[in-house]
Design a protein around this ligand. Structure first.
Ligand code: SF4
Length: 363
């Protein structure tokens, strides 16, 4: 298939076809997918896709397929229970000390596995009205336990620098809000958007800003993406990463290793590797928990602690994130010396090669 570089974001199946990113035989199904879930492929992302590779890991993340029309038992519109924990529009308050603040419902790109795919995109939930925005700020202000506000969405970096500066300043004016974290894919999907003005808008007196970058394959960390992240980091904004474990994208040890190394080389601390959520029509992109644990074990043997994310599952229903292993420590039944009551249990600890050792060791 030959590719024509797009000048603007591709949003329609026919546009994907015209740019060599979909085949004519798939068009009817892709129209059905497009009627349900948003599509957006920026020129930066399109440039990363090899149209001759049917298994291209970038295409698998952004180019829709007919597999999305098959909804599996257990998949649900709100897989991590945002709505259950939303006391006012725009806020999700799941944990005592932090809230999600969902300002916009649009993204630069639409990921085919998105856990909020029923809520993001044109025609889904609309952006917060001014009244709803003020009510959300009032909610945060009235809850002194809220130490951290996480701007997510949609992608908060789709807002203009002027609007972001206002929001940052409104949040920082609340005494107990000390941390403002933004979750974004923009540095990868549209690096030029990380302008001097946008970086300046994110820095605010009275609160510390963190940025969490979502990327799933080392190829997304292009020279342009790394430079965009460097603009944020050089201005004093620390960055962490978020990735989703995806079948056919990053579910092998070498690919995960390359991704984590690319983050660390870019001064981004690997933070979370999410198990794929039960979003509708995403089964073809999910792995099993046991495969995820196997990969995390492999990663532990291949890269330093600096490159290790936490492998986490958002428990369906809104019960929050839990680390899901693997586990390296098991209690044995044998007791150590009874005279030392401070350590009366012995453990089996697995090392990075998979060998098991007793702790405390036998004398
Ligand atoms: S950028 Fe985030 S919110 Fe937007 S489609 Fe991708 S995963 Fe969903």
């Amino acid at each position: 298939m030959s590719r024509i570089e797009p000048a603007a974001t591709l949003r329609q199946p026919a546009e994907l076809l015209a740019h060599g990113l979909a085949s004519p035989a798939d068009l009817a199904d892709l129209e059905k997918v497009a009627a349900r879930y948003a599509i957006a492929v920026t020129p930066d992302i399109a440039a990363l896709i090899d149209p001759d590779d049917p298994d291209d890991p970038i295409a698998r993340q952004f180019i829709p397929t007919s597999a999305e029309l098959a909804v599996q038992p257990g998949e649900r519109a709100d897989p991590i229970g945002d709505r259950t924990y939303s006391p006012v529009a725009g806020i999700v308050h799941r944990y005592p000390d932090r809230v999600l603040f969902k300002l916009v419902h649009v993204c630069a790109v639409y990921c085919r596995f998105c856990f909020r795919r029923e809520m993001v995109g044109p025609g889904k939930d609309s952006a917060l009205s001014d009244t709803a925005y003020r009510a959300a700020l009032d909610y945060i202000g009235a809850n002194p336990a809220i130490w951290e506000v996480i701007l997510t969405g949609g992608d908060p970096l789709m807002l203009s620098p002027r609007r972001l500066a206002e929001i940052m300043s409104d949040l920082a004016a609340i005494d107990h809000v000390r941390i403002i974290r933004l979750h974004t894919r923009v540095p990868v999907a549209e690096p030029a958007r990380i302008s001097t003005e946008l970086v300046a808008a994110l820095k605010v007196a009275g609160a510390t800003t963190w940025v969490a970058l979502h990327a799933n394959h080392a190829r997304e960390l292009t020279r342009g993406a790394r430079a965009a992240c460097a603009r944020l980091i050089d201005s004093g904004i620390p960055m962490v990463s978020q990735s989703v474990l995806l079948r056919g994208v990053n579910d092998d040890a070498a690919t995960l290793e390359a991704l984590m190394r690319a983050f660390v080389e870019s001064r981004i601390k690997p933070y979370y590797l999410h198990h794929g959520d039960l979003a509708p029509g995403t089964a073809h992109l999910r792995t099993t928990l046991s495969r995820g644990q196997e990969l995390m074990r492999a990663l532990r043997g291949r890269v330093s602690g600096l490159c290790q994310p936490d492998y986490v599952l958002d428990i369906p229903g809104g019960h929050g994130k839990s680390p899901v292993g693997p586990n390296y420590v098991e209690q044995t039944n044998s007791s150590v010396d009874d005279r030392d009551r401070s350590q009366e249990t012995r453990y089996c600890v697995t090392d990075y090669c998979g060998d098991v050792h007793l702790y405390p060791p036998e004398r």
